[in-house]
Write a protein that binds this ligand. Structure first.
Ligand code: IPM
Ligand code: MG
Length: 370
């Protein structure tokens, strides 16, 4: 039986289009060999949309994203749009997508592939076998809090304001996602905040603890201050199973965790909304890395984070865990075979372009599914 999925693809800026192109090759392959049919509608987001429409996300593109079974996004931003009005900067398109689609839970798994343990700036024994899941709150906190803005004071000084704010339900729904994920892992959640400084952090800690005691007694919950967590991620990252934290701390800690795996070019992400009456969640999948304008258009980018994001789409949105596993295994094989893009290059390995990395993964997929 053929299964049919509607995907909205938003390649965005910089290396976005290059890395997303490799996903199209995989969807073509899956259509031909696994009976999965993808109806793909491409749209513009970020700077690419500003250039065409004057805004980083049009209502039409947002409507397409809302109507799709899942969204795949490349990356947004770049120095080309440094001068545009802050309200319509490229990043605002991505933030609007997250907010309007209600994607409050951002899953960022940091997994060290055995063959890449030496690509990490840390010693092999610190990162080998690492498997952490960072759950970042994505539609609240200081990213969206009001009041916000820049004002000029009577004395001529200027004052910039952003507001860190969380409500009970915002904290509990993201914590519930973290506890659920932990149930299928090592059953340990570390909640990260700055409860020693911020009231919103105190509330965060209290609500996460209360939810654990009410509904997730089988999960071991610990708490850590965000600054300590930043340090512990380098000192002993394998102590963590699932980390749950707010929007801003999650942004920073996930970039840090990405480097443990060797490169930002390796880290995928899934952003999930609430379960609707049909049992489905809105979802957007994107690599954690940015648009990397310095290498854009040169076929130097690593497509693996985007391909792994697509694998997450198969697993979380389409219940195709086996197919997702196949893609992950193919990537594993290619890396074990010594094929590397520039960002993960090491002595004695073969340095390849974005497209050749895609070729190699497709070839392994073919072999694995024979
Ligand atoms: C991320 C990015 C975004 C964020 C930017 C592009 C707005 O850094 O997804 O981590 O800060 O959330
Ligand atoms: Mg970030």
């Amino acid at each position: 039986m053929t299964r049919h999925f509607k995907i909205s693809v938003l390649p965005g800026d910089g290396i976005g289009p290059e890395v997303v192109r490799q996903v199209h090759r995989i969807t073509d392959w899956l259509a031909g060999s696994r009976g999965l049919e993808f109806e793909i509608k491409e749209g513009l987001v970020g700077g690419a949309s500003i250039d065409r429409h004057g805004v980083p996300l049009t209502d039409e593109t947002l409507a397409d994203a809302m109507a799709a079974d899942a969204v795949l996004l490349g990356a947004v931003g770049g120095p080309k749009w440094d001068a545009v009005d802050f309200a319509v900067r490229p990043e605002a398109g991505l933030l609007r997508l997250r907010k309007e689609m209600g994607l409050f839970a951002n899953l960022r798994p940091a997994l060290v592939f055995p063959s890449l343990a030496d690509a990490s700036p840390l010693k092999r024994d610190i990162v080998e076998g690492l498997d952490i899941m960072i759950v970042r709150e994505l539609t609240g906190g200081v990213y969206f809090g009001e009041p916000r803005g820049i004002e000029t004071l009577p004395d001529g000084q200027r004052r910039g304001v952003n507001t860190q704010v969380y409500t009970t339900s915002e904290i509990r729904r993201v914590a519930a996602v973290a506890f659920d994920l932990a149930r299928r892992r090592q059953k340990r959640v570390c909640s990260v905040d700055k409860a020693n400084v911020m009231e919103s952090g105190r509330l965060w800690r209290e609500e996460v603890t209360a939810l654990r005691n009410e509904s997730f007694e089988d999960i071991e919950l610990s708490h850590m201050y965000a600054d300590n967590c930043a340090m512990q991620l380098i000192r002993n990252p394998k102590q963590f199973d699932v980390i749950v934290t707010d929007n801003l701390f999650g942004d920073m800690l996930s970039d840090e965790a990405a480097m443990l795996t060797g490169s930002l070019g390796m880290l995928p992400s899934a952003s999930l909304g609430a379960v609707d009456e049909k049992g489905k969640r809105k979802a957007l999948y994107e690599p954690v890395h940015g648009s990397a304008p310095d290498i854009a258009g040169k076929e130097l980018a690593n497509p693996i984070a985007t391909l792994l994001s697509f694998a997450m789409m198969l697993r979380y949105s389409f219940d195709e865990g086996e197919t997702a596993g196949l893609i992950e295994a193919a990537i594993q094989k290619v890396l074990a075979g010594g094929i590397r893009t520039t960002d993960i290059m090491a002595k004695g390995m073969a340095r390849v372009s974005t497209g050749v990395m895609g070729d190699s993964i497709l070839r392994e997929l073919g072999k694995l599914s024979r």
